[in-house]
Design a protein around this ligand. Structure first.
Ligand SMILES: *Cc1c(COP(=O)(O)O)cnc(C)c1O
Length: 439
């Protein structure tokens, strides 16, 4: 009998996250305080983020970090997520490749973001914080945070990129359903927002503008309100390793080990989360797994960006991050994969890419939807537009296997479902979508 899906029992779930920094031959360069340009210290970072998250951010020595009991309990509400063998997609492509995907779309929030929203809100609650704030693009992070905040009785204020706020009302409504306050960014409610709007009253917003506003809100009342982030930061990548650690055990159940691990890339959290546990065997035991970050051709920070210090936000108030970046003022094209429109890549991933241990692959918008449709029709799951980039990269690799007559084992991360992105599919089917080139 061919087994389609692999699950772990509750007792097999990971009880620790994996901190790859401890195993890295070249450590990432430190975050810098933007005023002093000195390495950011714990007490400075903890003006913005929960203190325990800052400790994790700066931890370069411990490879394993305990997952708090209560977080493990909440993870058990939806984990393990299935590891699925994509027999349908393999057949549609007529490829000798074995294709697996980690299906993070099946939790009730619909994306992997909840894996970090839960611990971030947990630590805020532990530290006596009452309010959390954040930015969201397409709305997945905002949704995850709104729900996690509710779990711990915290008030959430979510700045949503204006273009998404207007184009994608459903996630805004869902955030409001969980009780969050949702504000379209840039807004007049912060200085950063006012400055941006004075300069450009028609600014559509970007993750950068929304981050600036949320950070400003947190830093004006650091004793009660913390900023939370759904990607980019080291501690977010750490929390997301739960996916790769599960996948490692599940691949073992399937009797396989991946030759290539593929994930879409916004700021790098799902890519890090699925890849780092496998990367550890490359670093420790000389395994030769290849790691591919699938990014939009219109926002190609890895394949076309520069490695340097840059701000995490448009207004330039976050710590300086050593990253592959298109520049913090970069205005991405209005592609449907809202979660991939960020200008830079997290510090750990950037260092690993700089050292040649992982690499990027840029995917045009139409190719991503083409792959998304093929996946929907062969596996019965409508993927998020972001996830479509990982699928497109996997399709390329599977077709290469077919051309070369070689069987490889491919694993990709299905970060979320696209049920709330139906209008994007409508536009694609009607022929109304175009490719945007990066200039
Ligand atoms: C946010 C998001 C992404 C991209 O973010 P990363 O931090 O790069 O993982 C990808 N897919 C979905 C569904 C998302 O919500």
């Amino acid at each position: 009998m061919k087994q389609k899906r692999f699950f772990l029992s509750d007792s097999e779930l990971p009880q620790q996250w994996y901190n790859i920094v401890a195993d890295m031959p070249q450590k990432p360069q430190p975050l810098l305080n933007p005023q002093t340009r000195q390495p950011a210290k714990l007490d400075e970072l903890s003006q913005i983020f929960a203190t325990e998250c800052c400790r994790q951010e700066l931890n370069t020595t411990e490879a394993w970090i305990d997952i708090p009991e209560q977080v493990q309990e909440l993870y058990r509400n939806y984990r393990s997520t299935p590891l699925v063998r994509a027999y349908g997609l393999e057949k549609a492509l007529d490829t000798p490749a074995h294709i697996y995907f980690k299906n993070e779309s099946v939790n009730p929030l619909g994306s992997h973001k909840i894996n970090s929203a839960i611990p971030q809100c947990y630590y805020c609650k532990q530290e006596g914080i009452t309010n959390v704030t954040t930015e969201t693009g397409a709305g997945q992070w905002g949704m995850a945070l709104s729900y996690a905040a509710r779990l711990f009785g915290l008030e959430a204020a979510v700045y949503q990129v204006k273009v998404s706020y207007n184009q994608k009302p459903y996630r805004r409504i869902l955030m409001q359903t969980f009780g969050a306050q949702v504000i379209a960014s840039p807004s007049m409610s912060t200085r950063a927002g006012k400055d941006i709007l004075t300069h450009d009253p028609n600014h559509n917003g970007s993750l950068g503008t929304a981050i600036s506003e949320a950070v400003e809100l947190a830093t004006t009342t650091p004793e009660k309100c913390k900023y939370t982030l759904g990607s980019v930061m080291n501690h977010v990548s750490l929390h997301q390793t739960i996916m790769g650690l599960e996948a490692e055990k599940q691949m073992e159940m399937a009797g396989e080990y991946p030759d290539k691990v593929i994930a879409c890339f916004g700021g790098g959290s799902n890519f890090s989360g699925i890849c780092f546990p496998f990367m550890r065997h490359n670093l420790r035991q000389g395994k030769k797994t290849e790691f591919i970050a699938a990014e939009p051709a219109s926002c190609p920070k890895i394949t076309r960006g520069e490695f340097r210090y840059d701000y995490g936000d448009e207004a330039g108030i976050t710590p300086l991050i050593p990253m592959f970046t298109l520049g913090h003022k970069f205005k991405p094209a209005n592609i449907h994969a809202g979660g991939l429109r960020y200008h830079g890549a997290g510090a750990i991933v950037s260092q690993l890419i700089k050292d040649g241990l992982m690499h990027g692959m840029d995917i045009p918008q139409l190719e991503s939807f083409d792959a998304g449709l093929l996946f929907a029709r062969s596996e019965g799951i409508i993927p998020a537009p972001e996830s479509c980039h990982a699928i497109a990269a996997t399709v390329r690799e599977a077709l290469k296997c077919k051309e070369e007559g070689k069987s490889k084992t491919l694993l990709f991360c299905l970060t979320g479902h696209g049920l709330i992105d139906a209008t994007a599919y409508e536009q694609y089917i009607n022929g109304d979508l175009i490719n945007y080139e990066y200039k």
